[in-house]
Each structure stands twice: as structure tokens, then as C-alpha cells.
Design a protein around this ligand. Structure first.
Ligand SMILES: [Zn+2]
Length: 88
């Protein structure tokens, strides 16, 4: 994980609250601004978003296989992007 700055730490700590829209306006804007700036945290956020969508969906009903495949493929492709970026 290349996120080691204090801003990244803060953003990642609030990521779940941000996802669940439990942050107040000011904190929310702060995280949003950081995500606009920081590709690492943005990728992390997008990953969590996909996982959260998958989990909430599977709570109500089992996701149809093609969708699950698509989500898993998306997660994998994001991970490949992260790896490609960190390796330069
Ligand atoms: Zn960051």
C-alpha cells in the first residue's frame, strides 16, 4: 500500500463512513477533495464501492452469475491497474 501520508490515512479511515454517507458536509467535502487529488485513495474508494454494492445486493438476493463475474472482473482489473501504477 503506497498510501502513507496523513491525508491518505485520514481519507482511508473515513472511507466507510463516506461510502455510507454518514459524514457531515465538511468531512465529506474533505474526503471528496482528497479523492480528486489522490489516485491511490480513489482506487481504494472505487474498490470498496464495488464490494459494498456486491455485498448489499447479495443480502437481498443472490447476484446472477454474469453480474458477479463482471464485478469480480472489475475488481481484478482495478488491482492490475494498482500494480501497474506502483511498478511504474
Ligand atoms: Zn490518498
Amino acid at each position: 500500500m503506497s498510501c502513507d501520508g496523513p491525508d491518505c490515512e485520514k481519507a482511508l479511515q473515513s472511507l466507510y463512513e463516506f461510502l455510507d454517507q454518514e459524514l457531515d458536509g465538511a468531512s465529506c467535502a474533505q474526503i471528496q477533495a482528497h479523492l480528486d487529488d489522490c489516485a491511490d485513495c480513489l482506487t481504494e474508494y472505487q474498490l470498496e464501492q464495488v464490494v459494498k454494492a456486491l455485498v448489499s445486493r447479495s443480502c437481498h438476493e443472490t447476484a446472477p452469475p454474469p453480474l458477479r463475474e463482471k464485478v469480480l472482473w472489475r475488481i481484478r482489473s482495478v488491482q492490475v491497474e494498482i500494480r501497474a501504477e506502483t511498478q511504474g
